[in-house]
Design a protein around this ligand. Structure first.
Ligand code: BEZ
Length: 215
């Protein structure tokens, strides 16, 4: 039998666990909702809290960017749907920013536990600040965890999404601190012939196994 204290973590390479939940935009079957698009599923510790409010506002202000990248946003916290609605209304009144993306009401902690967002060393009752990047095939591709008292970095979330999409599209890897427009890493050669061809190429080469090119 599973130990009550076992924490399930949704990991890179896993199929994103499916669930049914109530959200601020209505009931959601997650696998249906995320079909054929990229998805960023992110948790926050609680409604009506300052750091969370800045983060959710950051996601809302970048809605056009995520739409352009064929990426759905789905938020979550361990609060009721009425609390979510009251918070959305409060932020809209105070700042004029509307959270249009769905926010899951995970009052029974079902989704938080399914994804490993509830990390008892940090809190028994509030989800940590997790970010799951899920590709159009429903696979988890990148995971971030931040503690309760440190807000996430929107620039890094956007950079990571662009990096994943670029890597998939061009079948390349991306070096340290890569940003859109920078050179990308070409896969290492698999044969001596490919290695010799590489030497004659216009790639920026450190050695045969580390070569970069413009896209
Ligand atoms: C916040 O979002 O401000 C916050 C939430 C839970 C614990 C600490 C800070």
């Amino acid at each position: 039998m599973e130990d009550q204290n076992t924490i399930i973590l949704a990991r890179i390479g896993d199929t994103a666990p499916d669930f049914k939940a109530m959200t601020t935009t209505g009931p959601m079957q997650f696998s249906e909702h995320i079909k054929d698009s990229w998805t960023i599923l992110f948790s926050h510790p609680a409604d009506f809290t300052p750091v969370c409010t800045t983060e959710m506002t950051g996601f809302a202000l970048n809605q056009d960017f995520f739409d352009e990248k064929n990426t759905k946003l789905v938020g979550l916290s361990i609060d009721s749907i009425h609390s979510h609605i009251a918070w959305v209304n409060n932020v809209k009144k105070n700042t004029g920013v509307l959270f249009e993306f769905p926010i899951i009401a995970d009052i029974d902690m079902k989704v938080s536990k399914l994804y490993g967002m509830l990390q008892p060393g940090e809190s028994e009752t509030a989800a940590v600040r997790a970010v799951f990047f899920i590709d159009p095939k429903g696979k988890i591709r990148l995971v971030m965890y931040y503690p309760l008292n440190v807000g996430r970095n929107m620039d890094e979330i956007k950079r990571s999404l662009i990096a994943l999409q670029t890597s998939d599209k061009h079948k390349v890897s991306l070096p340290l601190d890569w940003r859109e427009g920078d050179k990308v890493i070409v896969s290492p050669p698999k044969t001596v012939k490919e290695m010799l061809e590489r030497e004659a190429s216009d790639y920026e080469m450190v050695d045969f196994y580390l070569a970069k090119k413009d896209l």
